[in-house]
Design a protein around this ligand. Structure first.
Ligand code: IMP
Ligand code: MG
Length: 181
């Protein structure tokens, strides 16, 4: 996989330091509460697994599937939410955990869907943020790193379902994603 990367953007060490820092902030901010942390599949799975273990208060976890991407590297703009958590979020302090916010459409859709369902609070924690590409009006409450407008993979993020198991965040060589599309 390393041969398909133009360069490594975030190393294992940078990722783990940041995840630790986010975990400490969440621990402080949610002290005395029992938040419901929602892993937005599949991209957040690696970040989520590391993040929850850096939080030292009890949390409940759930997963949901949302997607606005086919196998292309640009957002289709069509968001589908597969598993809804309608019966689980009323009265809860919900933390949505995302891998990356790009156009913001995915989160805008999920947030507006959840807001009407009686959540006590709703915050967004994203590992990566690409603010330069924002279309929807979404501001994450917790951000790991701001990244440039490049297609990144690894640490859960994919291109065409590949590279999720690459342990660092890398920028893919353009020839990889222009080859077959
Ligand atoms: P948005 O709805 O445009 O904000 O899209 C967010 C989703 O698109 C993320 O959860 C990712 O799954 C995917 N995505 C956006 N940018 C990238 C990228 O650079 N690499 C891999 N996936 C990405
Ligand atoms: Mg995603």
């Amino acid at each position: 996989m390393i041969d398909d990367m133009a360069y490594i953007l975030l190393t294992r060490q940078q990722l783990s330091n940041k995840v630790k820092e986010l975990g400490e902030r969440l621990t402080r901010d949610y002290a005395g509460k029992y938040p419901l942390m929602v892993c937005i599949l599949k991209g957040s799975i690696v970040f989520f697994a590391d993040l929850i273990r850096e939080i030292s208060i009890p949390v409940e976890i759930e997963t949901m599937t949302a997607s606005s991407y086919g196998s292309a590297t640009v957002s289709s703009g069509v968001v589908s939410v597969v598993s809804k958590l309608d019966d689980k979020i009323a009265g809860r302090d919900v933390i949505l955990v995302e891998d990356i916010i790009d156009s913001g459409r995915t989160l805008a859709f999920i947030k507006s869907d959840m807001m009407g369902k009686g959540v006590s609070s709703l915050k967004v924690c994203t590992l990566l943020d690409k603010p330069s590409r924002r279309v929807a009006d979404i501001k994450p409450d917790y951000v790991g790193f701001e990244v440039p407008d490049a297609f990144v993979v690894g640490y859960g993020l994919d291109f065409d379902q590949k590279y999720r198991n690459f342990p660092e965040v890398g920028v893919l060589k353009p020839e990889i994603y222009t080859k077959n599309v």
